[in-house]
Design a protein around this ligand. Sequence first.
Ligand code: NDP
Length: 243
Amino acid sequence: MLLNNQITLVTGAGSGIGQAVAELLAREGAWVILLGRTQSKLEATADRIGNAGGRASIAPLDLENGLNRVPEVVQAIHERFGRLDLLVNNAGTLGTLTPLEHLDGVLWEQVFRINVTAPFFLTRELLPLLKKSAAASVINVVSSVAFKGRAFWGAYAASKAALVNLTETWSGELSRQGIRFNTVNPGATATAMRAQAYPGEDPATLPTPEQVARVFLYLASDLSKEVHGQHLNARDWLTWQPH
Ligand code: NDP
């Protein structure tokens, strides 16, 4: 197993890509802390992991309005595990696809709060625990529109571009202290968010979250120990077999 006894945290772990990543990490021996907004979804993911012989605990938290509770979550991880080896900032929101001209200010703030402020704040608060790891890895989940803006994807695209930039800054500041920061662009993946953006699309034509999860395992493991400040495309890893 690639992640024996690693302590890992995945946000947005109750559905889609986050759920698949959490399940794969657990299969590789990691303890997975499942963070997300909807408790019932986190419990369902924890049950699936437990039924498959893995280990997980849940941390229900609303990353839009509940950031004041982050220190509480960090304290709980500190008391139980004393360190964190992997943080996956996966939770995200699409907002509303609309021309910038008509983009509501409240929606803009909401998208930035969930997609940029939350990963920044969570990472900053977890740094003392990441510094206790022998080899920490942080993965921020971005999007193709982070690298080139696209009409009608205004707030979402700009927020993911900010997350790319933030990742590079974190990496520049902390890679020498042994914390690796990288992004993953999942590419089109069969999830609820993709269906929201492209309601007419047949999800059977898209890669599954399970296929997309493989690149996260690579970035979580020692196999990528020299990789930092990079932007990886899940597309390049869909068929990767670690064993
Ligand atoms: P899903 O909609 O399936 O998952 C999004 C997750 O984020 C859910 O578990 C959701 O929890 C959580 N979340 C949203 N808002 C909050 C909040 N305020 N507080 C806590 N958790 C929250 O989408 P995906 O799995 O597709 O998305 C995962 C990541 O991948 C996102 O960052 C997305 O931008 C990115 N991505 C996805 C692509 C795709 O094609 N699917 C393509 C490119 C990037 P809950 O369900 O409880 O609300």
